[in-house]
Write a protein that binds this ligand. Sequence first.
Ligand SMILES: Cc1cc2nc3c(=O)[nH]c(=O)nc-3n(C[C@H](O)[C@H](O)[C@H](O)COP(=O)(O)OP(=O)(O)OC[C@H]3O[C@@H](n4cnc5c(N)ncnc54)[C@H](O)[C@@H]3O)c2cc1C
Length: 401
Amino acid sequence: MGITYASDLPPAAELLVIGGGVVGAATAFHAAGAGLSPVVVERRDSPASLTTAAAAGGFRLQLETEEAYRLVRGSVELFASFAEATGQDEHGPDLRPQGYLWLTTEERMAAEQRRLAEAQRTWGLDDVEVLEEDEVRRRFPFVAPEAVQARFRAADGLLDPVGLALGLLAGSGAPVVTGCEVTGFLFSGGRVVGVRTSRGEVASDAVVIAAGPLSGPLAARAGMDLPVFTVRRQRVVVPDVPEVPPEAPMTIDEDTGAHWRPAAGGASLMFADPGEPPGPPSDPVPVDEGFARRLLDPRSPVSVARVAPFWGPVGERLLAGGGRGWSVRAGQYTMTPDHRPLIGRTGVEGLFVNTGYSGRGVMLGPSASRLLVDELLGKAEGATNPFRPDRSFAEPEGGVL
Ligand SMILES: Cc1cc2nc3c(=O)[nH]c(=O)nc-3n(C[C@H](O)[C@H](O)[C@H](O)COP(=O)(O)OP(=O)(O)OC[C@H]3O[C@@H](n4cnc5c(N)ncnc54)[C@H](O)[C@@H]3O)c2cc1C
């Protein structure tokens, strides 16, 4: 069973999902599983081609809060039984549990690692290992002698975000209309009763905004001021680097936030730059080629060579090649003031939102989108929904990697 691409826009939909990224796909999947008949509209020519295609493809249960841990655990259960759960095997997450390795060179961070592993054990996550320096290098010979400790979970790892989103869309059986941009909302008696699109109108009493970084401007067309902002995040793809161990885990320098994972016979390198200011939502997202230099140049303070020295000569070789050996991809994190998603009904009747996943939509969205469907069906009370869009925002806990 493949994706049901619809060439014509249906005149009406029981549930209309705006956006064919991983979050819209997960929304459609759970809605269909609950007996609803969703339709997905996507403005681009293909689904899962904006932020979801920029993602690094990491998933992990090693999280900073019990709330996030429980949600991602739900997603991981779905990933592990994906073909069975979606009833198709054409697309999937291509799960590779190669581990997540967080390295530190600082005693202060080492103490924080031990505190976090202890907290995780109290949530029931009892397979996070805290590795002392000799053990780190015995298990991962590529690690620098400066690393004093690591936290590691072997069952965390890597997946294919686009395959995951396409699999959820296929599993939903929902008609997917591509090249179709929602440009406004239809109202009757103060409630949303449908949408206006670049290809005509669709009547619907339940409309979900799952438009990733474009969710804010879209909600504004319904007169809503969504508490979201967007920040560019980039990824450097360096294919065909034989020095990269193909079985290496996602490897993170916890002191700087620079990280890399094996990919395409080489690696993907990432860094959520805390100095990157919020910017306006955009498609496409402009790239900064200088970003690659910051990660590859061994003299840079956020060089990936800091905790994995083999990157030193590799970076110098790539930089000497003048940019031929890498490409930079950019996407935007859609962020909220407390770094937790917005999921649920809005102040406009008939209009729902599912967005604001920062750097976690691939691993969080597949499970969290079930909460939206529960609210749609009246199974969950809005007031008890921890992600309701009108909540008051506390200070963020943990990072946004
Ligand atoms: C560099 C980078 C690395 C990341 N790494 C990870 C990771 O390792 N793990 C992880 O869990 N997360 C990661 N993330 C975060 C993750 O990619 C996002 O949280 C997730 O992809 C968001 O999915 P989405 O469906 O909300 O947005 P998108 O994928 O952007 O999908 C939204 C869709 O809505 C469509 N749309 C917008 N407006 C309209 C409209 N008016 N009409 C119709 N369609 C519309 C868009 O074209 C788009 O296809 C990363 C993000 C970046 C940028």
